[in-house]
Design a protein around this ligand. Structure first.
Ligand code: HEC
Length: 109
């Protein structure tokens, strides 16, 4: 019976890891949609992974040191012509977190 318990544990971790992968992919797809459509970040920023070629703001592929926190901060409060998506309630805090995670994982790729 020990072997059965071992196999069940392996199966359990396998299912959890598949679920996490699916959740991560769904989040990245949602992030892409927000980037290109809901928030139209693509209108101002270049980012190859999203097929974005805007040139009002900096090219996100070449900005160094982006972190999820720094992008959340920028998207929430804006700067200059960059809209304050959080303060102006254009995006929900959850959408801001999703698009920021998407940008950090896609920029430069
Ligand atoms: C109307 C044009 C416009 C839109 C739309 C826009 N941005 Fe920006 N963004 C800018 C400009 C301009 C700057 C530079 C601001 C400055 O430094 O004065 C900027 C800066 C940034 C930065 C900081 C880059 C750095 O140099 O550190 C990030 C990250 C960013 N934008 C992400 C986004 C995301 C994500 C979205 C969509 C949710 C978005 N932007 C939508 C114009 C825009």
């Amino acid at each position: 019976m020990k072997i059965l318990r071992f196999l069940l544990i392996i199966l359990f971790y396998f299912i959890i890891s598949i679920q996490n992968t699916i959740a991560d992919e769904a989040k990245m797809l949602k992030g892409l949609e927000i980037f290109n459509e809901t928030a139209a970040c693509a209108g101002c920023h270049t980012m190859k992974a999203a097929g974005a070629e805007g040139n009002v703001g900096p090219n996100l592929d070449t900005v160094a040191g982006l972190t999820v926190e720094s992008v959340i901060d920028m998207v929430t409060h804006g700067l200059g012509v960059m809209p304050a998506y959080g303060e102006e309630e254009i995006l929900t805090p959850e959408e801001i977190e999703i698009v920021s995670t998407y940008v950090v994982n896609s920029a430069g790729k």
